[in-house]
Design a protein around this ligand. Structure first.
Ligand code: SF4
Length: 329
């Protein structure tokens, strides 16, 4: 089968709701970035994304709660205590949480994420949920991005008014992180097996990751029952072991995004890309991120929306890519 036929076949399977095989994914991931075949791949993914999502685009708004050293020391994370990147510990104030969520809700956020380091208290997080909801009414849903969850904890989180949880089996988990792969998978299964929705990106992608590794991680996300997938680049934060390495550029991220879009069928109907770019939003992604506070991809606490990506920019990116911004999941 020619590569053009492989792209057409992937599109047909995607629109029929079918998930691609690892081999089919690898064939698409191996298309050279910037080639005419890559243009065809991304255009095809863009068309499929609009068909599958009914043109609905979403803004994922994260508040990074705690800017503190984390003893897990993942090599790509600025919070790893061994890297001594964090000079001054911070915790976002409740006033600042309300101000951020108010801004996000007014800008059309569909998702409000409370994101923490690994060992943050779940009970403390759950205390914020009704308080934020009371202060900032809206149709947005809450997502937690925090440490591991047993099935019991996932049930409790769902009962606490939370829609979903973000969790990922990282690329080179166990090598670039101290986690056992099964620990991550168990948490993903706890989430998916509860009333919570699982959201999980393929991350953090660096230039050394092979097509097979990327395909395998994405397919694990599908196997674990995620409703949203996508791709996130690794940021080589100064002071971490990845300082000085190359961050994937927008074209490379758009290429991977396109493959993930065509690979998830209707199982993973929403595809997020971080960082977003105009090219990635025209290559199959329909979700993008606005975030503030503690950012594991930066050495400093972000008082305002990170990397100059605010709600206005997010909205423009989505509408320029012909998505209707939906504040209802
Ligand atoms: S990625 Fe999570 S677990 Fe790893 S060091 Fe950062 S906060 Fe800790």
């Amino acid at each position: 089968m020619s590569i053009r036929e492989a792209i057409r076949s992937a599109s047909e399977k995607c629109l029929a709701g079918e998930v691609l095989t690892k081999e089919e994914m690898i064939r698409l991931l191996d298309i050279p970035v910037g080639s005419p075949d890559d243009d065809r791949l991304r255009e095809t993914a863009d068309i499929a994304a609009h068909r599958l999502t009914g043109n609905r685009g979403y803004i994922w708004c994260a508040v990074g709660m705690d800017f503190v050293p984390c003893t897990m020391n993942c090599t790509f994370c600025s919070f790893g205590e061994k890297w001594h990147v964090i000079k001054e510990k911070r915790h976002v104030s409740e006033e600042k949480i309300m101000e951020s969520v108010r801004r996000y809700a007014a800008g059309g956020a569909a998702y409000v994420i409370l994101r923490t380091t690994e060992f943050y208290s779940i009970d403390r997080l759950l205390e914020y949920i009704p308080r934020i909801r009371r202060e900032v009414p809206g149709d947005y849903v809450f997502v937690l991005n925090t440490g591991e969850m047993t099935p019991e904890i996932a049930e409790k989180v769902a009962k606490g008014g939370v829609y979903g949880a973000y969790h990922a089996l990282r690329l080179r988990e166990g090598r670039d992180t101290p986690f056992d792969e099964q620990t991550r998978i168990d948490t993903m299964m706890s989430i998916a097996g509860s009333p919570l929705k699982l959201i999980s990106l393929t991350e953090p992608i660096g230039p050394e990751h092979t097509s097979e590794e990327i395909a395998e991680r994405f397919l694990n996300t599908v196997r674990c029952g995620a409703v949203m997938g996508g791709a996130m680049a690794r940021f080589p934060v100064a002071g971490t072991p990845f300082e000085g390495t190359r961050r994937l550029n927008d074209e490379e991220m758009a290429h991977i995004t396109a493959v993930l879009r065509l690979s998830g069928g209707s199982t993973i109907s929403d595809i997020c890309v971080h960082p977003a770019s105009d090219i990635a939003m025209r290559s199959g992604a329909n979700v993008l991120v606005v975030e503030c506070g503690a950012i594991p991809r930066d050495a400093v606490y972000s008082e305002s929306d990170w990397a100059n990506t605010d709600m206005a920019i997010a909205r423009k990116r989505l509408t320029d890519a012909n998505y209707r911004i939906s504040h209802v999941v």
